[in-house]
Design a protein around this ligand. Structure first.
Ligand SMILES: Nc1ncnc2c1ncn2[C@@H]1O[C@H](COP(=O)(O)OP(=O)(O)OP(=O)(O)O)[C@@H](O)[C@H]1O
Ligand SMILES: [Mg+2]
Length: 422
């Protein structure tokens, strides 16, 4: 930027660098993201939606229009609670991916071709791996599909799993080949393909390894013939050639027990994180959340991942196990928080639902015990609300329900106040 005055916001004087801002037509005034946000709120328009970054395909490849890591992180903050490190690593990975595509598309003679950095996500079930990725894909408006590695077969014939994934991606892009070739394929449960132990006495899981080999093949930039019709063995069937060199592959798994391997590598086998007297299970979680941030490819190799595959997954995104506090926040804070969702659902039957702070915490605590991360929050709420969701449509009156801790824990009916007749 040449004009000196434009390095700061004209209203609050904060530095503009690294934020989204708008400039006046004469280039003499600029307004930073925070002030735009405040203006939005004053006008009653709610939080700014980042729709403007859903650039058209053309401008996405224009170097000035990248969605910067801080914007990706801020956007994720609206939906995903905690997982700060994962948000940062993923934001940079996506940013680099966009830059790389633009660079290679406009590359001149003599400039290096930037190779792909596929991503490996490691973290417990229900901690937000798939969710983070879906939100990123939404933000940058690219198609994404999720595949399950544990259901893949080792077959190598035409129409094998990699081609099915590519076809699904093409479908997710509504048949637009260009868009599909810049999409994201998320391969979940990759840890289920590994040997369970490093120990040589344990038989190698040959089929798991050969599926890893197969995945390896499509991670490399290759051109694949993708059958368009479901009858994939049809020899003369319609095929489309898909180039996977720009597809971002993200591989994820929970790698249960990985913290022990990391601990060992760091020579901290006897170490306990924290000084409190806590149960063994709690200690394990504490250890996990501490050591997962140190995870390296080598640890995953010991978990049974083949080195060739790890070599092509240079970016490792660690996710921590969500605690009661995080689960409580997930219920209430995100833009589409679960309590807000159920509130909307019940409002169609003329009912309001309110939860005391203790009630919200009780829901989080019950869900935490189920050990499936944020996923169990929904099932706990479904159970609590089921009688009301059943009865409300027949009610003659509009009511407000007040849930306290007891009504969550013992199923006691919540306090019910009639607002008016329907
Ligand atoms: N950190 C979080 N913040 C807000 N919501 C979350 C978070 N983590 C998970 N959720 C909610 O829980 C649901 C399940 O999470 P998600 O599918 O991302 O889990 P996962 O880590 O991919 O688990 P798995 O290993 O079992 O596939 C999400 O759809 C989302 O609604
Ligand atoms: Mg998942």
């Amino acid at each position: 930027m040449t004009n000196e005055k434009l390095t700061q916001c004209s209203i609050c004087h904060q530095e503009l660098e690294g934020t989204v801002f708008i400039k006046g037509p004469d280039e003499k005034v600029a307004i930073c993201e925070d002030c735009i946000q405040t203006a939005y709120e004053i006008l009653g328009l709610g939080p700014v939606q980042y729709n403007e970054v859903n650039e058209s395909d053309e401008s996405m490849l224009n170097a000035e229009n990248f969605v910067r890591p801080s914007i990706i992180r801020d956007y994720l903050n609206d939906f995903v609670i905690g997982q700060e490190e994962a948000k940062r690593v993923l934001a940079v990975a996506i940013y680099n991916h966009l830059k790389r595509m633009a660079h290679n598309a406009h590359r001149e003679e003599g400039q290096p071709e930037i190779e792909k950095s596929n991503v490996l996500m490691v973290g417990p079930t229900g901690s937000g791996k798939t969710y983070l990725l879906r939100k990123v894909a939404e933000l940058i408006d690219i198609p994404m599909i999720v595949a399950d590695a544990s259901s893949m077969t080792a077959a190598g014939y035409v129409g094998s799993d990699p081609e099915i994934m590519l076809r699904q991606l093409l479908q997710a892009a509504d048949g637009d080949l260009d868009r599909a070739q810049r999409g994201i394929i998320y391969i979940d449960e990759i840890d289920k393909l590994g040997r369970k132990s490093e120990s040589a006495s344990i038989t190698r899981d040959v089929s798991g390894e050969s599926v890893q080999q197969q995945i390896l093949k499509i991670l490399e930039g290759t051109k694949s013939q993708v059958p368009l019709d479901a009858n994939r063995l049809h020899p003369g069937g319609n095929n489309v050639e898909m180039d996977t060199s720009n597809i971002l592959f993200v591989v994820g798994g929970s790698f249960e027990g990985i913290e022990e391997i990391i601990k060992k590598r760091l020579g901290e086998e006897g170490r306990r994180i924290g000084f409190d007297e806590i149960s063994e299970a709690e200690q394990k979680k504490k250890d996990f959340n501490h050591y997962i941030l140190e995870v390296e490819a080598e640890d995953l190799r010991k978990f049974g991942m083949i080195p060739e595959l790890l070599g092509r997954l240079p970016v490792v995104v660690p996710l921590q196990e969500l605690d009661v506090d995080a689960l409580t926040r997930i219920l209430t804070e995100p833009q589409n928080a679960l309590l807000k969702q159920y509130s909307s659902l019940l409002s169609y039957d003329g009912a309001d639902i309110e939860f005391s702070d203790e009630a919200v915490k009780a829901i989080a605590e019950i869900a935490y015990e189920k050990k499936t991360g944020a996923r169990s929050l929904r099932s706990v709420l479904e159970k609590v609300l089921l009688p009301h969701m059943f009865n409300l449509p027949d009610e003659e009156e509009n009511v407000t329900f007040y849930f306290d801790e007891e009504s969550i824990r013992s199923g006691k009916a919540p306090k019910r106040i009639v607002k008016e007749s329907k």
